[in-house]
Write a protein that binds this ligand. Structure first.
Ligand code: AMP
Ligand code: MN
Ligand code: MN
Ligand code: MN
Length: 282
């Protein structure tokens, strides 16, 4: 079987490598099939296509789309990431992503305004520079890096825990596209919709089960298997949901680069014999 990694980032979002360097890293890591899935943008793909050819990598075109859904009886939306893989027609996705990029740029500046009260200096110009001047590419990870650089927090996780996550002072409520719309657009593009890292949203098992059912009913195709470092009981729960809803599986590291050194390219969980790979539909 080919060695695959179907969810990775470049510096077109919060990864540290260029798409070309990512492809070179894939070759050195013995990954043959790699999906580039930056947050809410397809802009890294032209460079990735050229570099994939150069390095003999099978590129799977993709994007990690931010979306939102509602827990039963809750008024506030909850964020979820949907990885779109191998779209045949990029136009419907591009249209959705243009809106998402607008939301991302505005939100990033609002977060910086909130932080200015704490930092006494406007973080925006330097945060923007960290994202190579692309306002539409700024993620909370960039803002977390800035807070680390300034010595305001020691580690990225502290930036989320003290300022950036829900309920904290610099959190801006989500306004991403609804899960239903995101799945409609991915289906219209002829791509495969993958529920990304279902066990990394801090959801209860009950809510993960609900989300998996909702995802399937709205036209989702596959779920990412939990990483091998997660407990066996977590993997067993996801395996159960995959079988229950007749979903395919995806294998991914969510590689970002040396900003998240614990996520290693090509380090992906093993697929069980009875599971169907999303790549069969590429
Ligand atoms: P954004 O799409 O701008 O909300 O930022 C997404 C990135 O922030 C993701 O790639 C995660 O790596 C990171 N992230 C989101 N929530 C958290 C959290 N609670 N703790 C640490 N990192 C997080
Ligand atoms: Mn990220
Ligand atoms: Mn994600
Ligand atoms: Mn990701």
């Amino acid at each position: 079987m080919q060695r695959m990694d179907l969810h990775t980032h470049s510096h077109f979002s919060d990864g540290t490598l260029s798409p070309a360097a990512l492809m070179e890293h894939a070759r050195c890591s013995h990954v043959d099939m790699l999906a580039l899935t930056d947050h809410d943008t397809l802009d890294g793909l032209p460079e990735a296509r050229l570099a994939a050819t150069e390095h003999g990598i099978t590129l799977v075109e993709g994007v990690e789309v931010s979306s939102q859904w509602y827990k039963p009886n809750k008024k506030n939306p909850f964020g979820v990431h949907i990885v779109a893989l191998a779209p045949k027609n990029l136009a419907p996705l591009q249209e959705l992503l243009a809106g998402q990029q607008q939301i991302r740029a505005v939100r990033a500046q609002q977060i910086c305004q909130k932080l200015e009260k704490v930092t006494k200096t406007d973080p925006w110009p330097e945060v923007l520079a960290l994202a190579d001047g692309r306002a539409e590419g700024v993620t909370r990870s960039h803002i977390a890096s800035w807070l680390v650089q300034k010595g305001i927090v020691a580690r990225q996780q502290q930036a989320f825990d003290h300022y950036l996550k829900e309920g904290k002072s610099a959190f801006i409520p989500l306004a991403w596209a609804d899960l239903k719309q995101v799945l409609e657009v991915i289906n219209a593009s002829g791509g495969q919709a993958v529920l990304a890292h279902p066990t990394r949203y801090g959801l209860s098992a009950t809510h993960i089960r609900y989300l998996a059912g909702l995802f399937k009913s709205l036209g989702g195709h596959a779920i990412e298997l939990p990483s091998a470092v997660e407990p066996p009981a977590t993997r067993a729960m996801i395996d159960y949901l995959i079988a229950q809803h007749d979903l395919a599986v995806s294998v991914a590291s969510d590689f970002h680069g040396n900003n998240m050194p614990w996520l290693k390219l090509g380090h992906v969980p093993a697929v069980k014999e009875n599971q169907r790979g999303v790549w069969e539909q590429f």
